[in-house]
Design a binder for this molecule. Structure first.
Ligand SMILES: C[N+](C)(C)CCCC[C@H](N)C(=O)O
Ligand SMILES: O=C(O)CCC(=O)C(=O)O
Length: 561
């Protein structure tokens, strides 16, 4: 077996070398100006100590309030024992900054290329950067593998105990292909099932390179498929399959992404949403029409602002329905509903919906009655004659949800858990309702473990809401329903707070587009003839367009494959 103590690491981390006295340099990501004065503590056993001072960083105001200096000491003997071949100044990475076990223990850190800092005690800033995933699995593979080293097979169905070499290398077999890695919580083994790996081969024979679709029958793969060879190659895990000699290459970053212990999807777009309240009126996001029409980079800037703020104006748009439609279709095709596709409406009740009246409309999201509510919505005020009013209202539903959770966690839970019906029934022959009930606050769990569930969609139109079930709670009939109404009342109160409401008068030539899954909209009552044009776009089509105009094709594919 040619798996030796790691040439891998020397190949990849030539700069790692143990300094004679580790205390000469503390290893951290970033010294902060307020780091304590340099000192070189020598432990009682005379061993130089690597002292890591931990400063928890949250938002500046929290940091001031919560500044907690915590530290851990690692003797050089610990470092050299824990990272035997890491001949070098060992950079350390701290595990999840949100929940540091204190004092930090050896399993809280693992080696990464260090960024040396001036002498003295740097402070590890536990922010997203500090937590950045290793740039390649090598920095997470334990140093027992080597480049192009083949991992031996274990004896068929052998007992757990002898599924590892004397060097500690886990062997593959019917149980899958194990890889020993560093992950949150220290060294661990991920096991890659052979059938799963074979099914996910991305070579140009297995994936139609024009359509990116799977180009073979998954179910023709023998259920008990096994490798004939497994190699830890430089650019990934290379597996030769015993049934047909097919060779698959799995890039390390891809493996990292899908290992349930490691998944932290660093290549998924960072959550860069900017929440806002009434103050956004001072400087609302906008992009110029010419930019958008000129090229996809302009569409990228437009969709990026929508992705960040949940809405964006377009300056300099011709005051014409045709040009408005052309503008909207720069993102994607318009979604057709029972209101038609591109809409150009006024208060003529041509459709039996309060939007086609002069009535005030409280903050709401549209199409709550579809299983898949419309993603983007555009309003372009083309004209408003012989009348006044009709101011537009926007409220950041994601900010409102966070306030609700901060102020009344039980109400947040009720609106997140209790599913209710929604409907559109005003027009003859049309009675639309989602395939199932949905709650007001809809969440999802992002791939990367360790981050809590994310709010995905606000579904709120109290006028289109159906009948809340008579829910019991804690054995009391109707208690659950009462909880929902109390929660909805609190939610409604937050939406109506002056510092949450962004009121603006729409202007001809300046269309507004917003994310209908996040931003609620409404209007004040009006008089006169008021004409608005616009349309809906599916959320998935919007996100696809945002992804492909803000990332390269390769990055975009990596985010979803
Ligand atoms: C199509 N257009 C935007 C003019 C009107 C849509 C009506 C909105 C409906 N009340 C809802 O909440 O979905
Ligand atoms: O007329 C407006 O300004 C908004 C209408 C509306 O809220 C809607 O169509 O959903």
């Amino acid at each position: 077996m040619n798996v030796r103590v790691s040439r891998l690491f020397r190949a990849h981390h030539p700069h790692l070398c143990v300094l004679p006295s580790i205390t000469k340099r503390c290893l951290a990501h970033e010294a902060t100006p307020d780091a304590p004065p340099p000192s070189t503590p020598i432990a009682t056993d005379g061993q130089p100590r690597l002292k890591i001072t931990w400063t928890r960083t949250n938002s500046p105001e929290q940091q001031k309030a919560e500044k907690q200096n915590k530290s851990a000491e690692f003797s050089s003997s610990f470092l050299s024992s824990e990272f035997p071949t890491r001949k070098g100044v060992v950079g350390v990475k701290i595990r999840k900054p949100r929940s540091p076990r204190l004092p930090l223990t050896p399993s809280d850190v693992w080696p990464i290329p260090m960024q040396s800092i001036p002498d003295g005690h740097g402070t590890i800033r536990a922010d997203a950067k500090a937590n950045q995933r290793a740039s390649s699995v090598y920095e997470s593979l334990l140093d027992i593998y080597e480049i192009d080293g083949s991992i031996p097979r274990g004896k068929p169905l052998n007992t757990l105990s002898d599924r590892t070499t004397t060097d500690g290398v886990p062997l593959w077999g019917e149980w899958g292909i194990p890889l020993k890695i560093r992950s949150f919580g220290g060294p661990t083994v991920i096991i890659l099932p052979s059938l799963w790996l074979r099914d996910n081969c991305r070579c140009d024979k297995c994936v139609n390179q024009d359509t990116m679709q799977r180009a073979f029958d998954t179910f023709s793969i023998p259920r008990d498929i096994l490798p004939s060879e497994v190699v830890t190659g430089k650019d990934g895990l290379r597996v030769t399959w015993s049934n047909d000699g097919h060779v698959s290459l799995f890039p390390w970053e891809w493996i990292m992404k899908y290992s349930d212990r490691l998944a932290n999807h660093a290549d998924a777009p960072k959550n860069t949403k900017i929440t806002w309240g009434a103050e956004i009126a001072e400087n609302p996001p906008s992009v110029h029409y010419d930019e958008i029409m000129a090229d996809d980079a302009g569409v990228g800037r437009w969709t990026s602002k929508i992705h960040q703020y949940g809405f964006c104006y377009v300056d300099g748009c011709p005051i014409s329905p045709e040009k408005t439609q052309e503008l909207l279709e720069r993102i994607a095709f318009i979604r057709v509903t029972h209101y038609g596709g591109f809409y150009d409406f006024t208060s003529d009740l041509s459709m039996k919906d309060t939007a086609y009246t002069t009535l005030a409309l409280p903050a709401h999201t549209d199409t709550t009655y579809f299983t898949d509510p419309a993603g983007l919505q555009m309003f372009h005020l083309l004209s408003h004659e012989q009348g006044s009013g009709g101011q537009s209202l926007l409220v950041d539903g994601f900010k409102a949800a966070r306030i609700l959770e901060d102020e009344c966690i039980l109400s947040h839970k009720a609106l997140s858990r209790i599913s209710i019906p929604w409907h559109a029934s005003g027009n003859e022959g049309i009675t639309i309702t989602p395939i199932r009930k949905f709650p007001v606050l809809n969440h999802y769990y992002p791939h990367d473990h360790g981050t809590k569930r994310q709010l995905m969609q606000v579904r709120w139109n109290n006028d289109d809401r159906g009948v809340v079930d008579l829910e019991e709670a804690r054995g009391k009939p109707g208690r659950g329903t009462e909880q929902w109404y109390n929660a909805a009342r609190k939610w409604n109160e937050i939406l109506k707070r002056k510092d949450m409401e962004y009121w603006a008068q729409l202007e001809p030539g300046r269309p507004l587009i917003f994310d209908n899954w996040r931003v609620l909209h409404g209007r004040s009552a009006f008089s006169g003839k008021r004409r608005i044009a616009g349309g809906y776009i599916n959320h998935d089509d919007y996100i696809s367009r945002w992804r492909n105009t803000n990332f390269t094709r390769e990055e975009a594919l990596k985010q979803i494959l």
